[in-house]
Design a protein around this ligand. Structure first.
Ligand code: GUN
Length: 284
């Protein structure tokens, strides 16, 4: 038996069509939802990510601007740019690509973004809203994972979800979203003593560590749902996730592939958040 694939490309296509329709409805009212993407430095992976984000906007009826600065940009200069974008009425969402050069305090820059434009969901106001269940922007990657679970009609109530990884961008918000849907949630991390004992209990496993083969077939309960957030390279240089796909595929009930799983969903949810930011400003 092999697991059913949750295809992030197929689901993204459906969700992006909805974004494009909603963007067209706003455009008919004279409003073009706009995203500003700010990149500092020459990180090669970041350059690919931001290009994909800008292209996704263009393909789905959203206005986007890409601001690229050299790694020598000062923190004060970046904060001044964020301030200008906060005031720019053509911009509804602001994304400062991480990582930033070491001389810039990333958290300080994130906190400078107006929470109404924080489409990455990284501002403490957004994190706090998620924690107390108030409206706010959810970080795109875990939000995309929730949409993947929703797409298979999975009811999380009473299920045991194990999240591997505790980053502010994925692990922690992921756990809160699963909790909000009434799952029993365990967060595992580098200090967890017996990871396998935890994952074997799980109905849902989200692997978000950034390391190959964190999850292997012997660690998965038959029929479990496995979501792979990892983006790594194997020895041949091929893109792979945190999950040993071939092994786990034979045990799990559902699995997300890499590539073509969570990756496209992250960008899709960025579009959704940007659209939502514009819609909140101009309610019907
Ligand atoms: N770097 C890696 N992932 C992300 C993301 O989702 N948003 C931002 N701003 N930077 C990132």
């Amino acid at each position: 038996m092999t697991a059913q694939l949750i295809d992030g490309n197929v689901l993204s296509k459906q969700l992006r069509a909805d974004v494009a329709a909603r963007a067209a409805a706003l455009l008919a009212r004279g409003i073009t939802p706009g995203l500003a993407v700010v990149l500092v430095g020459e990180n090669a992976a970041s350059q690919v990510y931001v290009r994909n984000k800008v292209k996704a906007c263009q393909d789905n009826g959203l206005h986007s601007v890409l601001e690229q600065y050299p790694a020598t940009l000062t923190e004060a200069e970046l904060l001044a740019r964020v301030d200008a974008l906060n005031r720019d009425p053509a911009i509804h969402g602001i994304l400062v690509q991480l990582p930033l050069p070491a001389h810039i305090d990333a958290q300080k820059v994130i906190e400078a973004i107006s929470p109404e434009k924080d489409v990455d969901g990284f501002h403490v106001a957004s994190a706090g809203a998620l924690m107390v269940g108030q409206p706010g922007f959810w970080p795109c990657t875990p939000y995309g994972c929730m949409k993947m679970l929703e797409s298979i009609g999975y009811d999380l109530k009473g299920k045991h979800a194990v999240v591997i990884g505790r980053s502010n961008i994925v692990g922690k918000p992921m756990a809160l979203m699963l909790l909000q849907k009434n799952a029993t949630v365990t967060i595992c991390h580098s200090g967890t003593k017996d990871l396998k004992a935890m994952t074997l209990q799980a109905d849902v496993i989200v692997a978000a560590v950034g390391k190959r083969n964190v999850l292997t077939a012997d660690m998965v309960k038959p029929g479990a749902v496995v979501i792979d957030v990892g983006m790594n390279r194997n020895d041949e240089g091929k893109l792979c996730g945190d999950v040993d796909f071939d092994g786990v595929n034979a045990v799990a009930g559902y699995i997300t592939p890499v590539p073509g799983g969570v990756g496209p969903m992250t960008i899709t949810m960025l579009l959704v958040n940007t659209l939502e930011a514009a819609e909140r400003l101009f309610p019907i």
